[in-house]
Design a protein around this ligand. Structure first.
Ligand code: ATP
Ligand code: MG
Length: 708
């Protein structure tokens, strides 16, 4: 069960005597080690699929991995003693993101952390709003700073009281105070934010031995992809889950660590060696993805960073096409010329649209490409942005869904009850809010409380009751009825289409309604396709390595995977989808994606656009004058390395000579990375050792001269 592996990969797949780290450059087959290892564990070693969990960073990467595992195990039967000939229940393997693993654990253990299983997941807008409310300010920068501080505290497992005690300056004190009320508010809403999805299970496992052991028994082999991007909290979760058995394989590439701003630490790689002295480290050196020219470009760029581990990548693919660098006059010209060249290239190569990706540093760059692609009638899909889930109409529907799952979710309540307007005015809602605040109940609950009558007239209360009754009926149905029928009833009840045509002009309304239909269709499809297996740590026999097959039937009883019957699980999936990237579908379409969201993926042909100073490398988010420090540039350089190494056969870079920025036109410099990539310069002082072999250097020189 391990064909198509080189000796080092083979070792990574077979090694089961202790913890294992595969450390290797891009495209060297790390993810392949993970997928093959899953197959090996199940088919050859007799592991129950439900005992295996593979986690990665983005939804997209998880979907891809799931697909690869599915293909590997298709039609396979187990060969371990006692299980010969049994078909592998692929759906029971947990292949998901860290956050989705967190959701699944929290759903099962909700009571232990003071939540109900149908807790809401707040998106970053909701959280922004909560911090804003507590600070009572409109200063966005301040709000973001406090939000970041809270996030760092959470990821560092610092509770509000500790933050408050440690606060020294007035600013820190203020942030810590906001942190206190922020946590209290989330709790009142029966909601969590994205950081909680990792933090809460980690704290729970640390504090509760019985629960921890249950999960250690449940997930007996862990595989972690993109390990370099795990932060301290995720690392703790991993360690607690692995427990004394330490049965795990992590794969990663220090040159691809690009989530430093989320608190990911490269030190985690070294930490692993410290915490697990018997860690087996395996290095892979052959790149199977890209042509030599692309690989050389990537090697040249990353050579400018100081390195943690020695790595030499080589490839048996030929030299391939030259890497092209094309200037454009401005961003419009850039989009036009990229789309034009893409079409010509596709025609010449007889390629398909799905073979192409347009990658960019920031979401704001996507719009103009969307416009040109649409005009040229070229199909495209947008991922990496939150743009789809950020649309007002999608957020409206999500508010309804959240409320159906969790009536205590006040932000969802307010959004849903006022969209469409139901003749419920802000005065009424304010009265409801202050009553709920005093009674310490959710808005939803307050609507049904008698005391409210004293403050509001029947005419004011009546439409709110009707609304809440409607939601309650849906909640009752959501538990048992198929997702699609509950969704249909929900849509029937809220007259959303009519509202759109009322509130917007016809063209806008049409566009929004199309999005809504697309969203509903997507939800229904997801609802009938159990892809993320439901997991639980309870039930079933917990002793002995081999359990009765029947015990596994318990898995999907109310878990994630059974979304076909359960809208409630689906709703949390939707919240997660909105976090890092868009939907996962694959028609024949050009991919538009941020570099961040393209991690782990590969495309035959890549256009990397906006290769300018200030964009790639990015100038630092808001403060234009902020000095750019080495650490930041190094992280940007790793991002460039990720971008380049997505390409299999051809790579095209573009930059603008001018670009509009906040109503003025600025002159742009080509990115320093272009120079680093194309010129075979000696690495800068500090990075003493030349990372390239003489063979690579020769290749890079040839590439520069354009000959093969
Ligand atoms: P990244 O760092 O970008 O995540 P990776 O190290 O995970 O890359 P994979 O995605 O696993 O690399 O592999 C890159 C490509 O090489 C894939 O198309 C994979 O199928 C192919 N590949 C990996 N190993 C082999 C092999 N031994 N033989 C043939 N093809 C391979
Ligand atoms: Mg990978």
């Amino acid at each position: 069960m391990s064909a198509g592996l080189n000796p080092a990969q083979h070792e990574g797949v077979r090694y089961l005597d202790g913890p294992c780290l595969v450390l290797a450059g891009a495209g060297s087959g790390k993810t392949r080690v993970i997928t093959q290892k899953i197959a090996h564990l199940i088919v050859d070693k007799g592991f129950e699929p439900r005992h295996i969990a593979a986690v990665t960073f983005t939804n997209k990467a998880a979907a891809e991995m799931r697909e690869r595992v599915g293909k590997l195990l298709e039609g396979k039967t187990m060969s371990a003693p006692g299980k010969e000939g049994r078909k592998v229940p692929v759906g029971q393997i947990t292949v998901c993101t860290f956050h989705s693993l967190g959701v699944q654990i929290l759903r099962k253990e909700a009571e232990h952390v003071g939540l109900k299983p149908q807790f809401s997941i707040m998106d970053s807008d909701d959280c922004f709003g909560m911090v804003q409310e507590q600070l009572a300010t409109t200063d966005k920068q301040l709000i973001r700073r406090v939000q970041n501080a809270i996030s760092l505290w959470k990821n560092g497992l610092v509770v509000p009281e500790q933050a408050l005690a440690a606060a020294q300056t007035e600013d820190e004190q203020m942030a810590a105070l906001v942190y206190c009320s922020y946590v209290a508010t989330l709790h009142a809403y029966q909601a969590v934010d994205f950081d909680d999805l990792i933090r809460l299970p980690t704290e729970l496992f640390a504090a509760n031995e019985a629960v921890r052991e249950r999960w250690q028994n449940r997930l007996r082999y862990l595989l972690i992809d993109e390990y370099q991007d795990t932060n301290a909290c995720q690392y703790s979760l991993l360690k607690l889950l692995a427990g004394p058995r330490a049965a795990f394989t992590a794969v990663g590439d220090d040159d691809q660590a690009i989530y430093g701003w989320r608190g990911a630490t490269l030190e985690n790689l070294s930490q692993l060696q410290t915490d697990f002295p018997n860690l087996r480290v395996i290095k892979l050196e052959q790149n199977y993805r890209s042509t030599l020219r692309i690989l050389t470009a990537a090697n040249n760029v990353i050579a400018h960073n100081p390195k943690l581990f020695e790595k030499k990548l080589w490839s048996e693919h030929g030299m391939g096409d030259s890497v092209s660098v094309t200037p454009a006059n401005d961003e419009e010209h850039e989009a036009e010329s990229v789309v034009f060249r893409l079409s010509a290239h596709k025609f010449e190569r007889r390629a398909q649209f799905r073979d192409y990706a347009i990658l960019y540093r920031g979401n704001f760059q996507a719009r103009i490409f969307e416009q040109v692609l649409r005009r040229e009638r070229i199909p495209y899909v947008l991922s990496g942005g939150t743009s789809f889930f950020d649309r007002a109409e999608i957020k409206d529907l999500c508010a309804y869904l959240r409320l159906i799952a969790n009536p205590d979710d006040d932000p969802a309540f307010i959004r849903a009850i006022t969209t469409p307007k139901r003749g419920i005015g802000s005065v009424t809602l304010e009265a409801l809010g202050s009553f709920a605040g005093q009674a310490k109940v959710s808005l939803f609950e307050a609507v049904y409380m008698g005391g409210l009558a004293a403050r509001l007239t029947d005419r004011q209360i009546e439409p709110m009751r009707a609304f809440c009754d409607f939601i309650q009926r849906l909640t009752a149905r959501a538990e048992h009825d198929p997702a699609s029928s509950v969704l249909d009833d929900m849509m029937d009840g809220i007259h959303y289409e009519a509202y759109l045509y009322d509130a917007f002009d016809e063209r806008q309304a049409q566009g929004k309604w199309t999005n809504v239909l697309e969203f509903l269709q997507w939800l229904k499809k997801k609802g009938t396709k159990p892809e993320a297996a439901g997991i639980d740590a309870g039930g079933g026999a917990q002793t002995g390595a081999v359990e009765a097959e029947e015990a596994t039937g318990y898995d999907n009883a109310d878990g994630f995977g059974d979304t076909g019957k359960n809208l409630l699980g689906l709703i949390q999936t939707v919240a997660l989808m909105s976090m890092l990237e868009g939907r996962d579908e694959d028609p024949d379409a050009v991919k538009l994606s941020t570099v961040h969201a393209s991690k782990g993926l590969e495309y035959p042909h890549v256009f990397l656009v906006g290769c300018e100073e200030g964009i790639m490398p990015h100038r630092g988010s808001s403060d234009d004058d902020a000095p750019v420090d080495d650490a930041r540039i190094e992280e940007e350089r790793r991002l460039m390395y990720v971008a380049i190494t997505r390409a299999q056969r051809s790579l095209h870079l573009t930059y603008c000579k001018k670009r509009k920025r906040a109503r003025e036109t600025i002159v742009c410099e080509p990115s320093r990375f272009i120079k680093e990539m194309l010129l075979d310069e000696a690495p800068p002082p500090g990075a003493d050792e030349a990372p390239m072999t003489p063979k690579d250097r020769l290749a890079s020189l040839k590439a520069l001269l354009g000959g093969a």
